[in-house]
Ligand binder design. Sequence first.
Ligand SMILES: [Zn+2]
Length: 366
Amino acid sequence: MKRLLAIVVVIVCCVGGVAERAHWRNRAPLWPNAKYTVQDRDRAVEGGMRFIYAIARDPAAFRDNGSDLLFAFQNIATTNGNPQLAALAWTMGHERAVEWRRLNPRIPEKAEVGTVTDLIFGSDTANRLGVPDHDLDEALRRQAANLSPTDYLGFDPEHEPPPSDFPKPCRVCGLQNARGVRFCVRCKTKLSMNSRHALFLDALVTTYSGELFGASLGGRYSDVLRWLPQMRPYPPHRQGDWAYYDAVYAITHVVYTFNHYNLSKIAPNCFPDEFEYLKSNLPAAIRDHDPETLGEYGDSLRAFGMTFSDARLREAVEYLLSAQNRDGSWGNLSDKDSYDRYHTTWTAVAAIQDFQWTQVLTCPTK
Ligand SMILES: [Zn+2]
């Protein structure tokens, strides 16, 4: 308990002004004649982090999204180019990781696949935030080995691409029906299918996270990524159309899983169609005034090497900086879903933050 109190005191003392106490050089504009300075940007990032931390300290929100919230702090801590902001993110994440361990001491009886993968995501991130639990990790690895690729991903990436006939859970009774079933076997409700792009995204993230943790969650990451050519072509930009969003998020998660969530840059010729799709749709994404999607465009295009010398990226970053809410968040203030509130804020932070990239990755082997 003492340790927890001490950490809270540290966070309260630092939260007031990491960006405020920034070096005088940070008063420089973000680019020549920019409306905003480096300090404005870092202040906006800090405001976003404070907002995410407030959500993470809400018990219900943390119970529902604890592993993802830990990952937000761990990710900002390892990628942000401002050492003070990175340290603040780590302190916030470490304090929440202690709480996550308290809430998740063991695998519940009869845990479903989603519970196991979520515990793996959370435990792996808590380890990285300096709060390890080797006994839980070992139990999770044993449990993970009992499940099949289809349990995890809905398909087996070693043998087939993401399919178009894997239904979403029944919207009435919640049952996950088998491949090819069109009406829920329990309640006869008509089912809707997962898009191939959504399954691809999910498989990228799940297999990538499993390999990081040291457990196979449905197969090898490289086996999923090799289906990328079959995910093309991508549907045209259309605001409000889930086919478009699923495609954008599949592409951005090719970037994130390949560059370890923004630890490195990627040569655009590794994924030329994906780079071109994001680049050509960026102006439309700015016009949509949707910080969640625009945020993912921002850090992905910057990972591909786009800089503030590109007018489209300047416009995207200026829009995001102008669209921050007074409470530090981005997105719809009246949205009651805490996931939407913090996740949109996180993606906006990622799009505008300074990165500590050190290398450009070599392309995947075909
Ligand atoms: Zn049903």
